[in-house]
Design a protein around this ligand. Sequence first.
Ligand SMILES: NC(=O)c1ccc[n+]([C@@H]2O[C@H](COP(=O)([O-])OP(=O)(O)OC[C@H]3O[C@@H](n4cnc5c(N)ncnc54)[C@H](O)[C@@H]3O)[C@@H](O)[C@H]2O)c1
Length: 243
Amino acid sequence: MTVAVVSGAASGLGQAFAAALAGAGYRVAGLDVADLGETGALVEAEGGELLRVECDVRDQESVDAAVDEVVTEYGALHVLVNNAGVYPQLPFEETTLADWQRIMRVNLDGPFLLTRAALPHLRAAGWGRIVNIVSAVVFLGPPELVAYTTSKAGLVGFTRALATELGPANITVNAIAPGLTRTATSARTTGADGGFERVRDLQCVPRIEEPRDLVSTLLYVCDRGSGFLTGQTINVDGGSAKH
Ligand SMILES: NC(=O)c1ccc[n+]([C@@H]2O[C@H](COP(=O)([O-])OP(=O)(O)OC[C@H]3O[C@@H](n4cnc5c(N)ncnc54)[C@H](O)[C@@H]3O)[C@@H](O)[C@H]2O)c1
């Protein structure tokens, strides 16, 4: 059975991804610093079982232990979804070095550490899929998200360069760029004070993006048949950024 790890699976997109992968027949492990109980229930509703792993993606020991736990429990690892991320709104001139580093640590160190820990297992399996969740902000460059946009643009570069390195190993590396999507976190931050409606009005598809809008793209990229799709950033934002 195909084994998938989703980071940041306790809420929002990661939760929807974990449930969807379970529904599609993957064995799923969710990694998060937050409680994974709600995601476990959703995965069970899809007929699967969630391996819940407490993990801070910024911390090498924590990441290595989490990947070991998944492979010990499930015997293999094929798919890694680097989804854990933070997106605080900060005017650039009020952004401190500590703010900048906090964002880079989750959004860039996290995928680096998890990917490095997972790779020996993907190589051992003879194939693999690495999916990095970036953001349509890399195309749009909105204000008050300079550090965040920089981190996600870095993850696009990571995606492209790593795809080249891992192509011969039958491992694809792609990024999915959601637009502003309704989650508990975005409702408190970027979507608050009319944010969802403002973004909706810039889209070709005039409704607010929901986590389920990203699921078919995730499953497509992870599919065993998608082995010729690599190094790409697939923008799923209702058409607000066209590239
Ligand atoms: N919601 C949106 O509008 C939107 C749009 C584009 C991209 N994204 C990206 O999608 C991803 C998920 O966003 P979301 O809205 O679902 O956010 P969310 O806050 O609901 O989920 C993020 C999860 O990551 C976890 N997390 C944070 N720091 C962590 C750490 N150090 N170690 C392990 N887990 C950690 C959180 O506990 C949380 O469960 C992020 O990478 C975000 O940048 C979101």
